[in-house]
Design a protein around this ligand. Structure first.
Ligand code: PLP
Length: 397
């Protein structure tokens, strides 16, 4: 990966570039053409790729390899956890607890369970720091609560949720707990055994692996229905011939993250601090949405309201004039009719501030000089937009 080619890319939470090592491992896996589920000599090599990958992902999460089930990504893992657990109770649909700031791949299957299967749901609202309150969760538990699903780190603000405390409460009440950890994996060390959650989703393309591959960690397979029935792959939980090349890519991405996560984390945090300092010193008015400290938020993410601008116009100018990519709301919701960010809305921001908000996320191919060029461009384009809107007001007067 030539760093200078992507120095203007500030949308790592949408997806990350594939690392050179990941690409190499995928190219080498193309040669393993045999079906990993067959029993001939050729299939042994492909089978080894898949089992080695399961070990690597398990090591990254500190869990046992047989508890890792490959999926086509985070969306599929989230759908499986929710529908797979709730379909166990389909004769007696009860109650689900989730947050108001989840990704659509959690909100939409829950909506399906409400509309089609008769479940009820409580959506926990975050405070202005972007985190949900553990006492609110405790208060929401009912005798018939059958699932708690809360994300680890929010994709728009980077705010980390109190998952360990929530998991403890869930288990005190014998309620299964699912965590969408798609945005946390590869950015921060994670010990899923210590966390003691029942289900956890991840996606390779958020940490330098390929798109279209992820996994669901399942603590106890008897607690969840299989996702896809068929040839019996993935311990008959998710049938279908394995995508060996993508699995090889996920494997290498997990191995690289395992080795370098502390260094990446430190680097991201130093860039984030630098960006915050530069923006605070700049002659524009900015406000950071949600917690920005090291403990409570991802070290690579900032959600920023810039007073007086339209984020859409700013993003367009940054891309056209500076080849710089930022996000206005979550990339994964951009296929749908544009609505104000549900995350910022739930945090209590008003419509004007939401329309003036951008998400900046960076990663391992970002450099300190790229951060400085980014802030320079952002400040210059903000000033241009402010002067255009001021001259517009003068004319109409
Ligand atoms: N969960 C979160 C928090 C995400 O940010 C995303 C993607 O942006 C997903 C789930 C979906 O993952 P995938 O793109 O692998 O389907």
């Amino acid at each position: 990966m030539k760093t200078e080619h992507i120095s203007g890319y500030f949308d790592y939470n949408a997806t990350t570039p594939i690392s050179d090592e990941v690409a190499k491992s995928m190219i080498s896996a193309i040669g393993q053409f045999a079906n990993p589920s067959s029993s001939n000599n050729y299939s042994q090599l492909a089978k080894t790729v898949v089992s080695h990958a399961r070990e690597n992902v398990a090591k990254l999460l500190n869990v046992k390899a047989p508890n890792i089930f490959f999926t086509s990504g985070g969306t599929e893992a989230n759908n499986w956890a929710i529908k797979g657990v709730l379909s166990k109770h389909s004769d007696q649909p009860g109650h689900i607890i989730t947050s108001a700031i989840e990704h659509a791949s959690v909100h939409d299957p829950i909506k399906y369970c409400i509309q089609q299967l008769g479940y009820e749901v409580t959506y926990l609202k975050p405070d202005s720091s972007g985190a949900i309150n553990v006492a609110d969760l405790k208060g929401a538990i009912r005798a018939n609560t059958q699932l708690i699903s809360v994300m680890y780190a929010n994709n728009e603000t980077g705010v980390i949720q109190p998952i360990s405390a929530i998991a403890k409460i869930a288990h005190e009440h014998s309620i299964p707990m699912h965590v969408d950890a798609v945005q946390l994996v590869g950015k921060q060390h994670l010990d899923v055994t210590a966390l003691n959650v029942d289900y956890l989703s991840l996606s390779a393309h958020k940490f330098y692996g390929p798109k279209g591959i992820g996994c669901l960690y399942i603590k106890d397979i008897s607690s969840i229905d299989p996702l896809i029935h068929g040839g019996g792959q993935e311990s008959a939980m998710r049938s279908g011939t394995e995508n060996v090349m993508a699995i090889a890519g996920l494997s290498k991405a997990a191995e690289e993250a395992q080795q370098a996560i502390e260094q990446w984390n430190k680097e991201y945090w130093s860039y984030k601090q630098h960006m915050i300092a530069l923006l605070n010193a700049a002659p524009i008015k900015v406000k950071f949405n949600g917690a920005t400290n090291y403990i409570d938020a991802l070290p690579n993410t900032l959600n920023i309201t810039i007073e007086g601008i339209r984020a859409e116009a700013l993003a367009a100018r940054m891309e056209m004039l500076h080849h710089t990519i930022i996000s206005i709301g979550s990339a994964c919701s951009n296929n749908k009719t544009k609505k104000a960010s549900h995350v910022l809305t739930a945090m209590g921001l008003n419509e004007v501030d939401i329309q003036a908000s951008i998400r900046v996320s960076f990663g391992r191919f970002t450099s300190l000089s790229a951060i400085e060029m980014f802030v320079q461009a952002l400040v210059a384009e903000t000033q241009v937009l402010l002067s255009i809107s001021e001259s517009g007001i003068c004319k109409s007067n």
